[in-house]
Ligand binder design. Structure first.
Ligand code: ADP
Length: 485
């Protein structure tokens, strides 16, 4: 087993440039999901610490907003370099607390660096407008300015890159941040504090707190100094935060749950579809909001696809993420295992046929077998509910119209995928799908250059792309009169 670098395992919170414990001195234990071992603790902070962090961010904002776009761009370039110089240590830490394979962890850390580099570039392009005036003696300027203090709340499935998408644009625009990483995976979040220090980000610009979600979230949403809340997590908590933010009318960005369909048409390249299916489903043990939730397969190739998917899923190497060769790590905890089990039980009761996996893995703990369920029916729970685990239900459809209707029949609208070699069909289906992200003959499509964000109950706002910076900016209209023209 690898000797994990302790360098980034910071067991303290960062407030106003100081690494501190909780006021109460209380801590929370952090587990390695692959072994159940306690790997350390983090402070159990609450309301008072959060208020101080917000006030520190507000104070830091007074100077930070005056820095030039070029200075902030250079700061982000240094942050990018600090991440890449430490990619291996950060990946090991991520795998240790989250469970994902080292290959995926390295990829996630690389993705974090890519977002930071993207925002280093975008920092210099937040252009305003000079608008032709309807008045002879007045001129119209439209400028962009940082919104102020932003607060970010992030989940455990991508504890590094979800913060890159929020800290990156905050620094790029001159905002300051209060960050709450998920309690299960706090170290990859706290590492951003160390990296920001290395990159010369001024004290108070990035503040990071661990502890009670409801107390920290409560103060963040109540405090009028916070001008924007950016959240990635469940739709349930997202709705709660939206309600809480209403009282102080904050800007919000919400990256919430998904129910991704993966459509395979009779004319698809089957090899490519199976390869894409494995990546789109079993990545991070099925624990991503863009993971396939429903495979919809056209009748003529249904049996072939099911056989091939079952074969490929069964061949995945399950193990401790830190061991070389592991393709699927453990689930995050035993609650996740029970949730997956109950969905399988429901499906089997309603006629689903397990053709791969189906039960806890012989490794024990929260390891689970990559599972494929044929004969999936609409009345099964995963038709409506997000699985967040390594189960592939495979439904059958006959026509293109039916496929689009089935795919859209959900309150979610984050990612979807489809496989066809017919160009006309590709356009028809692409235009018919009510989703924020569409993969055509591709199963993994996230990249810093493109806008990530859902339709319907999957969220509000975009992260990445040139769109990703807009939510961190206020647009100001200035009318200059009395010019004597
Ligand atoms: P998941 O199901 O992925 O754990 P959650 O929405 O429960 O998603 O968690 C995502 C993030 O939201 C985590 O950092 C979690 O601690 C935080 N969170 C959970 N409940 C609340 C709450 N009531 N207020 C603010 N943050 C919360």
């Amino acid at each position: 087993m690898l000797a994990i670098s302790e360098q980034f395992k910071k067991q303290a919170n960062l407030i106003a440039g100081e690494w501190v414990g909780a006021d109460s001195g209380e801590t929370i234990e952090v587990n390695n999901p692959a072994t159940g071992e306690i790997i350390g603790t983090v402070p159990n902070s609450g309301k008072a610490e959060t208020r101080r962090a917000i006030e520190a961010a507000q104070e830091a904002f007074q100077n930070f907003r005056k820095t030039s776009a070029l200075e902030r761009s250079q700061m982000l370039r240094r942050l990018h370099d600090a991440i890449m110089d430490n990619q291996e240590s950060l990946a090991q830490l991520l795998s240790l607390e989250q469970g994902k394979s080292l290959v995926e962890a390295r990829g996630e850390v690389g993705m974090s660096a890519a977002y930071v580099l993207w925002y280093a570039e975008e920092a210099r392009r937040t252009y305003g407008d000079v608008v032709p005036s309807p008045w002879r003696d007045r001129r119209i300027l439209v400028t962009k300015e940082p919104v102020g203090v932003i607060a970010a709340i992030t989940p455990w499935n991508f504890p590094s890159s979800m913060l890159a998408r929020k800290i990156g644009p905050a620094i790029a625009t001159g905002c300051t941040a209060v960050v709450k990483p998920a309690t299960q995976t706090p170290y990859s979040g706290l590492a951003w504090g160390l990296l920001a220090e290395q990159a010369g980000v001024p004290p108070g610009v990035v503040n990071i707190l661990t502890g009670s979600a409801s107390q920290i979230g409560g103060e963040i949403t109540r405090n009028p100094l916070v001008r924007k809340v950016t959240f990635t997590g469940s739709t349930e908590v997202g709705k709660l935060l939206l309600k809480q933010c209403a009282n102080t009318v904050k800007k919000v960005s919400m990256e919430l749950g998904g129910n991704a369909p993966f459509l395979v048409f009779n004319d698809a390249d089957l090899d490519r579809a199976v390869e894409g299916a494995i990546a789109a489903k079993y990545r991070n043990s099925g624990q991503t909001c863009v993971c396939t939730n429903r495979f919809l397969v056209q009748s003529k190739i249904y049996n072939k696809f099911v056989d091939r998917l079952a074969e490929a899923a069964s061949a995945l190497k399950v193990g401790n993420g830190l061991e070389e060769g592991t393709q699927q790590g453990p689930l995050i905890d035993m609650n996740a295992v029970e949730s997956v089990e109950s969905m399988i039980e429901d499906a089997v009761k309603k006629g689903g046929k397990i053709v791969a996996g189906g039960k806890r893995h012989s490794l024990g703990g929260s390891f689970f077998e990559p599972t494929v369920i044929a004969n999936a029916k609409l009345r099964m729970r995963f038709t409506k509910e997000e699985i967040f685990g390594p189960i592939s239900p495979v439904y059958k459809f006959r026509s293109e119209e039916e496929a689009i209707e089935l795919a859209n029949n959900t309150n979610f609208g984050l990612a979807c995928y489809f496989y066809t070699q017919d160009l006309g069909r590709a356009y028809r289906v692409m235009e018919g799908l009510k989703y924020g992200l569409v993969g055509v003959n591709e199963g993994v499509i996230t990249t810093a250059e493109a806008p990530f964000g859902g339709f319907k109950e999957s969220g509000v706002g975009k992260e990445g792309g040139h769109q990703g910076i807009e939510d961190y900016l206020d647009t100001k209209y200035v009318c200059i009169g009395g010019l004597g023209l």
